[in-house]
Structures are given as structure tokens and as C-alpha cells.
Design a protein around this ligand. Structure first.
Ligand code: GTP
Ligand code: MG
Length: 360
């Protein structure tokens, strides 16, 4: 976006905007000069606009490369979500360094033997994470695994999960869990799902069904394969080269490290040492860690990473923005804090940066 476009979006005089930018330490010499996103945001906030960036109208990155799919597991209470995630996580640990202790950071990566791209599983309670993100208009999930316990069948929260996914436009893979349990009846579950109007593969549709007995490690490879297939069809791609954009999936205070936030990078590369603003919080990325607690130098598109070094604890669904300096990080988070309530609702509203970012 240029200075001129920003001024017009803010409904203000170009000269006045240039003066304000200069005052903020971001002088532009011509009105055709491009305005960095954080400067645009500071100006918008100063002049009483709540900025949002419409990523859907953005031109595709020319250097986009295939990225990992981000997967959420949802389903009825007790239908085996945690058992499934634990089983998947242990395959990730087994495949990684021996003795790696997994900690709970809200997301983890699984790389299938022989596969180039990983799968990232969100490890937060599916519904909660999904709703928090959705309410903010922020979509972190690419694919939803909706589990149905084979010994129990389709239940109210199964239907709710299916509705959630549908309204978010997120494709579903069905995991029939507890196939080893007494009374398991997979055909009955399939019939129930068909009765719900779900276009399953066996009926000529495109929703895959995978039979699982996660407690015994059965069906995990098939599930990962189904997810890779789904991801391939979606042609998930992102640029690695730009500044990172990402979303918080979980945040907490670590006893020894202070505030810690797990983000999933959606675009670009996040690097240790960078300054970031996340929601109304900010800080320097003192360290990045994976789910095994191993330090990462950087995290790319689709990858989860825990950030250490924030001044406070952000919220699930908050977006991450990389800025050039500590001072800038402080300024943006301060400006957002002053408008915190409005800012948190901003994502669903139209705004000034939206139209202009299309030409960016
Ligand atoms: P909530 O988080 O409470 O909604 O439950 P959940 O969906 O995470 O289910 P969880 O993984 O805790 O499993 C519920 C019960 O089902 C536990 O007693 C598990 O041992 C059992 N269970 C889970 N997976 C399997 C499986 O593959 N086979 C069998 N036989 N039992 C399973
Ligand atoms: Mg659970």
C-alpha cells in the first residue's frame, strides 16, 4: 500500500499523513512510497480506524511452496480425541530424537517416513480452539478430523463438529475410533454419517473414512495418508521468504521462562531474535522451541513453534506480526492496548487496510 492509498483509506490529507508518519519516525519522501504494515496500523489507530488486513484479496505469493497442513481433531465427548492425539504424538516422538520429552504446547508436527511435508496437529481442545479462532475470523485449521467412536456412533457433538467444519469451509476426514472395542459397528456409523448427508467416499463423495484403534496404534498411518491426500488436493502453499504471519493456538506462563505462546506460522518464516507484536502483547523472540522442547532457529509455513520472550500472555486466535525494532513493537502494542476492545473485534469488520492491501 502506498502513502496515497493509505491517506485516501483514512479519509485524510496526504500531507498531514506524511507529517504524522515523519513524527512517528517513518518519514516517506513521496506519496507513492510503500508504507510498512506496522506503520499503516499505527497511523490507522492514531486516526481512529481499526485496521485489519484482508488476506483473501491478496495476490498469491509468486514464490509459494507446498506447506504442512494444519489439522484439528474434533468430536463427541469420550470418542477418543486425546487418545488419538497421544498416539500421533508418540509416533512423532519415536520418529524424532530418542528420549525427547514432549511437553504440551498446543500443537505438534508429525512427519511420515518418506514424506517431505509434515502434518501439524493442534493439540488444544478442538471445539474451544476452533470457536475462538472462528469468532476472530482467523482460520488456522486446514483439515478437521471428526472422530466417531465405532461403539457409540454419531452423537450431538459429532453433528456440531461437522457443522463447525462446514461453516468454516474446512474439509473433513472421518476417524472411526475404538474399532477394537466390544460392540464396535463401523457400518452402522457409516450409515449414520450418510444419513447426516455426508458425502463419504464409499457413496461416491470425497470424504475419507479411516478406521482407528488408536490405543493399539492401529490405523494411524492410514489416517496420516488420508490427511496427506486431502492436503495434496487442497494444494496448500505459502511463501517462506516474507516476514512471518501466524496465529496463537495456546499461551501460558512458563514457570522458568515467563510468557510462552505457541503459534502456527501461516506464511513466511519466523526467526529467533525478531521483534513481534501478538494481539496487544509484544516482545523479542528470545527462543523458539518445538513440541519436544528442542530449540528452533526458525519456523516456516504450517509449522508450530513456542515463542519465549514476550512481555505478556497473548490470547488464542491472536495474530503475530513481525516488526523492525523493540521500540516499534512497543508502540504498536501500546496503540492496540489503548483500543483493545475494538481491536479484538476488528477482524470481522471492514476497514481501511482491507481494500488497499489488495494492491499491495
Ligand atoms: P474428552 O476429552 O473427555 O471429550 O474425551 P476424548 O474424546 O479425548 O476421549 P479419550 O481419548 O479420553 O478416550 C475416552 C475413553 O475411550 C478412554 O477410556 C479411552 O481409553 C477409550 N479409548 C480411546 N481410544 C480407544 C481405542 O482406540 N480403543 C479402545 N478400546 N478404547 C479407546
Ligand atoms: Mg480429551
Amino acid at each position: 500500500m502506498t502513502v496515497k492509498q493509505l491517506a485516501s483509506g483514512l479519509g485524510m490529507d496526504v500531507a498531514k499523513l506524511m507529517a504524522s508518519m515523519a513524527e512517528a519516525g517513518d518519514a516517506a519522501s513521496t506519496e507513492e512510497e510503500r508504507v510498512p504494515l506496522d506503520t499503516a496500523e499505527l497511523m490507522a489507530l492514531e486516526y481512529n480506524h481499526i485496521p485489519t488486513v484482508d488476506k483473501t484479496s491478496r495476490a498469491p505469493d509468486l514464490d509459494a511452496e507446498p506447506r504442512s497442513a494444519v489439522v484439528t481433531v474434533m468430536g463427541h465427548v469420550d470418542h477418543g480425541k486425546t487418545t488419538l492425539l497421544d498416539a500421533l504424538r508418540s509416533t512423532a516422538v519415536a520418529a524424532g530424537e530418542a528420549g525427547g520429552i514432549t511437553q504440551h504446547i498446543g500443537a505438534f508436527e508429525v512427519v511420515m517416513p518418506g514424506s517431505k511435508t509434515a502434518l501439524t496437529f493442534l493439540d488444544t481442545p478442538g471445539h474451544a480452539a476452533f470457536s475462538a479462532m472462528r469468532a476472530r475470523g482467523a482460520a488456522v485449521t486446514d483439515i478437521a478430523v471428526v472422530v466417531v467412536a465405532a461403539d457409540d456412533g454419531v452423537m450431538p457433538q459429532t453433528k456440531e463438529a461437522l457443522r463447525h467444519a462446514k461453516s468454516a469451509g474446512v474439509p473433513v476426514v472421518i476417524g472411526l475410533t475404538k474399532c477394537d472395542a466390544p460392540g464396535a459397528d463401523t457400518q452402522k456409523c457409516i450409515n449414520q454419517l450418510l444419513a447426516e448427508g455426508l458425502p463419504l467416499e464409499e457413496a461416491g463423495g470425497d470424504i475419507q473414512v479411516v478406521e482407528l484403534a488408536a490405543a493399539k496404534g492401529k490405523g494411524l498411518a492410514e489416517l496420516e495418508e488420508a490427511l496427506h491426500l486431502q492436503a495434496e488436493m487442497m494444494e496448500l502453499k505459502a511463501s517462506k521468504s516474507c516476514d512471518a504471519e501466524g496465529l496463537v493456538v495456546e499461551a501460558k506462563v512458563d514457570r522458568t521462562q515467563g510468557p510462552a505462546a505457541t503459534v502456527v506460522v501461516k506464511r513466511g518464516t519466523l526467526r529467533a531474535g525478531q521483534y513481534v507484536v501478538i494481539g496487544t502483547e509484544h516482545g523479542r523472540v528470545r527462543a523458539l522451541r518445538d513440541a519436544a522442547g528442542k530449540p528452533l532457529k526458525h519456523a516456516g509455513p504450517g509449522q508450530p513453534a513456542e515463542i519465549i520472550g514476550l512481555r505478556g500472555v497473548p490470547h488464542a486466535g491472536d495474530e503475530l506480526m513481525v516488526v523492525s525494532s523493540e521500540e516499534r513493537a512497543r508502540l504498536v502494542s501500546q496503540a492496540r492496548t489503548n483500543k483493545a476492545v475494538e481491536f479484538r473485534h476488528a477482524q470481522s469488520h471492514e476497514s481501511i487496510l482491507e481494500a488497499s492491501s489488495a494492491s499491495d
